[in-house]
Design a protein around this ligand. Structure first.
Ligand code: ATP
Length: 236
């Protein structure tokens, strides 16, 4: 579904991605782990068109998308749940969801139906539909960020550090939502610092270090890998 080949992204003379190749097959959860500054967000932002790559290829369902504007990439079926959630704090919960449905705005009925579906799935958001999004708890904001991304009806959902800053119980809930989304047939690219939980639910994973993929394999296999245990799970 998504194939990335030899991707290079620089910020001036900072080489954030140095030839990253990876793929995500339809129906998979693929996890990308790596320390601060490894280039995870740069990779996600390059996939979603927020940052332009220097060279390399990104194909989504067989078509090249590298360098395309973000809204065209959303239209093709990729949605991002950004790092730090980035909800529109001074807008209502409902208005945040409308923004997520922006690419379908000409089909008002579909957008309303989809908002209804989000409220069924996350009743707490329905109860707070008129409340300003900035007044929600961290976990509720993450649910809103996920729902907002789902409003574009993506086939590939990219989550950038969804567990960041959340209490352990809420983190568990977010990971179980991710698992449910896959069961519903969505494909997921999950970027996480919480390597253990993220690799546990992953079909496959990649480890990124200073802009390069240094390890890849099945989720369970990576969890057992000595280097992963040492660097990301604090063992050994
Ligand atoms: P984190 O978990 O801290 O978000 P990350 O793995 O997502 O880390 P990136 O944010 O992609 O890493 O950063 C990769 C490298 O690129 C780092 O050296 C970072 O300092 C640099 N970088 C990221 N964004 C910019 C930017 N807008 N301008 C210049 N350098 C940047």
């Amino acid at each position: 579904m998504l194939t990335i080949k030899s991707l290079h992204t620089h910020y001036g003379n900072i080489r954030a991605l140095k030839g990253v190749s990876l793929h995500v097959r339809s129906g998979e959860i693929v996890t990308l782990v790596g320390a601060n500054g490894a280039g995870k967000s740069t990779l996600v932002n390059t996939i979603c068109g927020l940052v332009k790559p220097l060279k390399g290829k990104i194909e989504f369902e067989g078509a090249p998308i590298e360098g395309m504007p973000p809204e065209d990439i959303v239209r093709l079926g990729i949605a991002l749940v950004p790092e730090g959630r980035q909800i529109f704090a001074t807008m209502s919960v409902e208005a945040n969801l409308e923004m997520g449905g922006f690419v379908h705005r000409r089909n008002g009925r579909q957008v309303r139906e989809d908002i209804g579906r989000m409220f069924e799935r996350f009743p707490i958001l329905g109860q707070r539909r008129t409340q300003l999004a900035g007044t929600l708890s961290g976990g509720e904001q993450q649910m809103l960020a996920i729902s907002r991304a789902l409003m574009s009806r993506p086939r590939l959902l990219v989550l950038d550090e969804p567990s960041m800053g959340l209490a352990p119980l809420i983190v568990r809930e977010i990971f179980s939502i991710v698992r449910e989304l896959r069961q519903e047939g969505r494909t997921i690219l999950l970027i996480e610092q919480n390597a253990k939980a993220a690799l546990q639910i992953a079909d496959r994973g990649y480890v990124l270090e200073t802009g390069k993929v240094v390890l890849q394999g099945e989720g369970a296999e990576l969890l057992e890998h000595r280097e992963v245990q040492r660097a990301y799970l604090g063992k050994g």
